[in-house]
Design a protein around this ligand. Structure first.
Ligand SMILES: [Zn+2]
Ligand SMILES: [Zn+2]
Length: 135
């Protein structure tokens, strides 16, 4: 039996995939209910900040729910900030602009680093997939 610290309150607990202690799991379930209810009443479209402000649930908790796919099933669209510039995005970690400029930058370095070329190809593929999924 592995012990770990709860990522939310730091309590020592038996390690589990959620990385949360039983108390925090319960809190998070309550938070999920609150957020789902809010989204049901608000056209299923809102930004992370808005939801946090309206429900009193912490942004990082909502973000975690989002990343776990807990909110997808209800057909909600929640925007969250791009990791680089903070523009609202719905998928992946970067907005279109940032993923494009990163891809360009990698291409620019192509001639000197073959391994970067591979990475760029992979990035482009991911980017295309993202575009595709957004449709
Ligand atoms: Zn906890
Ligand atoms: Zn960006």
């Amino acid at each position: 039996m592995n012990l770990a610290n709860c990522i939310e309150c730091g309590a020592v607990m038996v390690d589990n995939p959620t990385k949360l202690c039983p108390n925090c799991i319960r809190e998070e379930e309550l938070a999920e209910d609150k957020v789902s209810e809010y989204l049901r009443e608000n056209n299923r479209k809102a930004s992370l900040d808005e939801i946090a402000k309206e429900t009193g649930v912490k942004v990082k908790v909502i973000f975690r729910m989002l990343k776990r796919g807990r909110l997808e099933s209800s057909g909600v669209e929640i925007s969250y900030p791009c990791e680089t510039c903070g523009a609202p995005i719905f998928e992946g970690r970067l907005c279109d602009n940032c993923s494009q400029s990163i891809a360009k930058q990698i291409k620019h370095d192509d001639w000197q680093a073959p391994e970067k070329r591979e990475a760029a190809k992979k990035d482009e593929k991911m980017y295309t997939k993202d575009l595709f999924r957004r449709k």
